[in-house]
Write a protein that binds this ligand. Structure first.
Ligand SMILES: [Cu+2]
Length: 115
């Protein structure tokens, strides 16, 4: 009985083929939010919502079309560091002033001013 239930649940999740991940994405303001979410308006991504307060991105995607890594790479490509990838310095510099969030790499240096 338990086996059957487990198998049914497994097949349901396989059929749906979507996964929801929460990823840390460095950013600052509402413009960052729209930039990040616009970047993720692509085939394979069902929903993407970045929270300006928590800097957490909740993304639902079809596992057959895109991976968590791909998603993070795409975000880094438009200037936002993610928990796994860092944006190119040049791309970051081109962001509007209000979007100049604290870089992931400089986090240690600014640890004191945070408190
Ligand atoms: Cu911004």
């Amino acid at each position: 009985m338990l086996m059957t239930a487990a198998l049914i649940m497994l097949s349901v999740s396989l059929n749906a083929q979507t996964k929801t991940d929460t990823i840390k994405v460095y950013g600052e303001c509402g413009m960052c939010k729209s930039r990040i979410q616009k970047t993720l308006k692509i085939d394979g991504i069902t929903t993407a919502d970045w929270n300006t307060e928590t800097k957490m991105l909740v993304v639902a995607y079809e596992v057959s079309k895109i991976t968590n890594d791909d998603i993070q790479k795409k975000i880094a490509a438009v200037g936002h560091d993610t928990e796994k990838y860092s944006a190119d310095d040049k791309v970051y510099e081109k962001l509007p002033g209000c979007c100049h969030y604290e870089r992931k790499t400089t986090e240690k240096k600014s640890e004191k001013s945070k408190r």
